[in-house]
Design a protein. Structure first.
Length: 439
């Protein structure tokens, strides 16, 4: 499924669509302000429209029986869990026999497999990692002066970083994910150009960019300057009509409309709050990427850990409760409900990215560090990729990893995002990128 990028230079120069072209263009004006010639502006626009975006989602505790797709190459057959992604078949990359081994004598993570999976190594005794997680590496490489190298959020978090995050910094320390969508909203949109107000989204972005606009206008030819002025007027018109968010990439309303937590949720369970947080995190993911606040978002999809009030799916069914307990009880009647919801959630994020015009250069990486949660099985891991990172990856295929490790998948992602690396995590686990995935 192809979607044109709203930052296309050709669309800008031809003066297309007030709302569709002008608002995303205005969102990158600060990045154009340093350009000295029209040619510089053109080159920067071309670079911006080609930048790949990444959403990484960790789901704890594994999946149910019969989750994996079957069949070779492009002729794969999806299981019932993939009903929500069936329409995106051509955008999918799936795997069989992809592993994350734990050797004899190594410190296992049990249900906290995000640590070993995303860092490509085993943990230290104090629950720190032996290196960074892949989202941190890609985020640092793609930051380009943005507010966040990686925007990290979770749902149902306890506030304990060793079980509440899949993300680890360059030194291997756990990086806490944000628990409150309301606070994340304020951090993203509370300092819009034009200054803070009681409702930060009601400030005009153009007021805060007047000097940037003036400098840019002086560098353009008369015909292109006229087109820019028409875009600016279109933005003004939309601001007058909406009287709220000055950007298409900003959600209507105020921060107070989003759920809030001071230090993690104490579920067992609050289904309405769970759904509200999941929905808010999906919205914020798309908005942060489309607005250029970051190029990399990490989501902790519910809470990991060995017990307690974690990974609670009561919002799907009153008997669901804790997914850790369900997996150990081998509730094959209920696990499929969680599996289907997980991938429907992935689809909902992709749909939001499409609505904001950036799915065509995005990649969503979803997966768990366990296959069968009851067995703590780290072989044949459930992994789903949606999107091609702006044409950098081949999609619509099931890759038979033949026992290779997750490290090689990370090396493939690093290559796609322009990070030069021969190994990731433990070097002995690496054989190189999956060549069949790279475009």
């Amino acid at each position: 499924m192809n979607h044109r990028n709203p930052l296309s230079r050709r669309r800008f120069l031809r003066g297309f669509g007030a709302a569709a072209a002008s608002l995303p263009f205005v969102s990158v004006l600060p990045q154009l302000a340093g350009c000295t010639t029209e040619r510089d502006v053109s080159r920067r626009l071309e670079a911006l429209e080609d930048e790949p975006l990444l959403v990484s989602i960790f789901k704890p505790n594994g999946v149910g029986v019969g989750w994996h797709a079957e069949g070779p190459g492009t002729a794969f057959t999806l299981s019932a869990a993939f009903a929500g992604l069936e329409a995106r078949r051509d955008q999918l990359t799936l795997f069989r026999r992809l592993n994350n081994p734990i050797g004899d004598g190594e410190a296992a993570c049990n249900h906290r497999q995000a640590l070993g999976l995303w860092t490509g190594n085993t943990r230290n005794a104090d629950w720190t990692a032996k290196g960074p997680s892949f989202d941190t590496v890609i985020g640092a490489h793609t930051a380009a002066g943005r507010a966040y190298e990686v925007l990290r959020m979770h749902c149902q978090g306890t506030g304990s970083p060793e079980v509440g995050t899949p993300s680890f910094d360059m030194d291997g320390a756990p990086v806490r994910c944000a628990a409150s969508p309301r606070n994340t909203f304020r951090n993203l949109f509370g300092a819009m150009p034009g200054g803070e107000t009681e409702d930060p989204l009601r400030a005009s972005i153009l007021d805060g960019m007047s000097s940037d606009l003036s400098r840019l206008q002086r560098r353009l030819r008369a015909s292109d300057r006229a087109r820019l002025e028409s875009h600016v007027e279109a933005v003004r018109d939309l601001e007058r009509r909406l009287a709220a968010p000055p950007l298409e990439c900003a959600t209507p309303g105020a921060a107070e409309d989003l759920p809030h937590s001071d230090g993690g949720w104490t579920y067992r369970s609050d289904p309405d709050t769970t759904v509200a947080v999941l929905e808010a995190n999906a919205d914020l993911t798309a908005l942060a990427l489309a607005c250029g606040h970051t190029r990399c978002v990490t989501l902790m999809q519910l809470q990991a850990g060995e017990g307690g009030t974690v990974a609670d799916y009561t919002f799907l069914h009153p008997d669901m409760g804790n997914l850790h307990h369900l997996s150990h009880a081998r509730r094959h009647d209920l696990m499929p409900l969680a599996d289907a919801f997980d991938l429907e959630y992935v689809d909902s994020i992709a749909t939001r990215l499409e609505g904001l015009g950036v799915m065509s250069r995005s990649l969503i990486v979803w997966g768990s560090g366990l296959n069968n949660g009851a067995a703590h099985n780290t072989t044949d891991l459930p992994v789903v990729l949606v999107g091609d990172a702006g044409g950098r990856l081949r999609t619509g295929q099931l890759v038979d990893a033949e026992g290779r490790n997750y490290n090689d998948l990370v090396l493939t992602l690093l290559t796609a995002y322009g990070v030069e690396a021969d190994t990731f995590g433990a070097p002995a686990r690496c054989t190189g990128p999956f060549g069949e995935m790279l475009a």
